[in-house]
Design a protein around this ligand. Structure first.
Ligand SMILES: Nc1ncnc2c1ncn2[C@@H]1O[C@H](COP(=O)(O)OP(=O)(O)OP(=O)(O)O)[C@@H](O)[C@H]1O
Ligand SMILES: [Mg+2]
Length: 449
């Protein structure tokens, strides 16, 4: 999702206090003047600075905030071939970014680390191919024949062909023959890693390996993957594994499998929301370093309005930066305005989702958009909101959670997964039940950091 267009803005505090309605009017006129080139651009204008809040790719460098403890733990696991760590948490909190940053740190210390993202892989053999390609990319220069020899051990299930990259460098393209049975898929995947382990062992060298969204293996192979995967982790001595993933139900099944529970071999590194104070400090520091004086209250407002997922916070901060950078400062009211503009910008997406939902799901979402603490399946709620039988509502809630529209709250209840979608519902649908969209800032002030 792109950020909103950079819109220069003028701040008139006194008028804003006395006549709030006139502010947008004056602002828009000043904006027009600026756009038409009547007003001189400030020195150090937006072109000089790059937006420090990045959402298009994984966070890295100065764009990566804190997470020191988690990164240190992942580094240790990548360096230590006796330990296996599973980074486990909600969506968009920064698991993949932390894995990437840790991998960079470990590489800088001289240990090779390959990170394989299985999120977009289409099958178990594609996953095996991705592992081979990532390891080749990481160690190909250092140990040029390692992968060729490893593939040689696989007795023809993997073929390899030299390929020339667009920049003219020579690389290897691996092709894993698809297996039909789940057991065959499992065997293939494990054999690929066994072959790499065996080659590393023969040379007395080590490798860190990150498998991001590893639980997809279970989608392709079923529970047959659990035991071989666990046995492999116990067997390997040359590969330090870090697993990461978001699909809680699948991962929990893998962890809790009675005979082959992964919990016996992996340490769990829970990845929760970043502490508000650290995130706020980082927002302030990055804004100030790029010419935008974000007020501390504005930083808090970004965190309160965007919610617990780091990506949502960074997305809102990015849009605030884009809108206010040319003015040079931003307060909480800018955050509120930006949130609503961002929601308008994404409206088509949200509308599409809304139109796809079942009637009962729409009622449930309307209810939660009005009252996040609503006890949706309580007898009083069911009849007051005409939600129908409890069993249907239970099923609808389950579907909404599986579809990542809602998440179960830590203290029970259900919350919107996406704060931008929640706001869209508030702005566009609440009117149908005679309600107005609640102000975004009436609660955050009670929760200052
Ligand atoms: N520590 C961080 N500092 C700054 N931005 C971050 C940080 N962690 C995450 N982000 C922001 O959140 C986005 C998503 O992060 P990332 O993909 O690492 O999360 P994830 O937990 O792996 O998500 P998913 O559950 O979708 O796999 C990043 O592109 C970045 O914008
Ligand atoms: Mg991820």
């Amino acid at each position: 999702m792109g950020s909103i267009r950079s819109v220069p803005k003028y701040r008139i505090h006194y008028v804003g206090l006395v006549l709030p309605g006139i502010v947008p009017y004056i602002r828009s006129h000043i904006l027009e003047l600026k756009h038409e080139g009547y007003m001189p651009k400030k020195r150090g204008s937006a072109e000089v600075w790059k937006n420090p809040f990045i959402i298009g790719h994984l966070a890295e460098g100065e764009g990566f905030a804190d997470r020191e403890k988690e990164v240190a733990r992942i580094c240790t696991a990548l360096r230590d071939q006796a330990s296996r760590v599973l980074v486990y948490g909600d969506r968009r909190v920064g698991k993949s970014s932390a894995l990437r940053v840790a991998a960079e740190q470990v590489r800088a210390g001289g240990v090779p680390v390959a990170v394989v993202d299985l999120a977009n892989a289409t099958s178990a053999e594609a996953a095996a191919q991705r592992v081979l390609a990532a390891v080749q990319k990481e160690v190909g220069r250092r140990w040029s024949d390692l992968l060729l020899k490893a593939v040689g051990k696989l007795k023809g299930t993997v073929t390899v062909a030299p390929s020339v990259a667009p920049d003219g460098t020579l690389s290897l393209a691996f092709s894993v023959t698809p297996a039909t049975e789940p057991s065959g898929k499992v065997k293939q995947f494990i054999e690929v890693l066994d072959a790499i382990e065996s080659e590393l062992d023969g040379r007395g060298v080590e490798l860190g390996l990150g498998l991001d969204e590893f639980q997809r293996l279970r989608q392709w192979c079923g529970e047959e993957i659990d035991w071989p995967l666990k046995a492999m982790f116990e067997r390997h001595r040359r590969i330090g594994y870090v697993l990461a993933g978001s699909e809680k139900s699948l991962i929990e099944q893998m962890l809790e499998n009675k005979k082959a529970g992964l919990w016996k071999v992996v340490d769990i590194l829970p990845m929760g929301p970043m502490p508000d104070r650290e995130l706020a400090d980082w927002l302030l520091e990055r804004s100030n370093a790029t010419g935008l004086e974000l007020s501390p209250d504005a930083a808090i407002a970004v965190i309160r309005i965007a919610g617990p997922r780091t990506r949502d916070v960074v997305q809102l901060a990015r849009a605030v930066w884009d809108r206010t950078r040319s003015i040079g400062s931003a307060g909480p009211e800018d955050v509120v305005e930006t949130m609503d503009l961002l929601v308008v910008e994404q409206a088509a997406l949200h509308q599409k989702l809304w139109l796809r939902l079942h009637d009962v799901a729409l009622k449930v979402l309307l209810l939660l958009a009005t009252d996040p603490k609503a006890e949706v399946t309580g007898a009083g709620t069911l009849s007051k909101h005409n939600l129908g039988p409890k069993t249907t509502v239970h099923r609808v809630l389950k579907d909404l959670v599986e579809g990542e529209v809602l998440v179960e709250g830590v203290e029970g209840g259900f919350l919107f997964d996406d704060p931008f979608f929640r706001r869209w519902v508030q702005l566009n649908v609440l009117q149908d039940v005679g309600r107005e969209a609640p102000p975004l800032l009436n609660t955050w002030e009670q929760h200052r950091l």
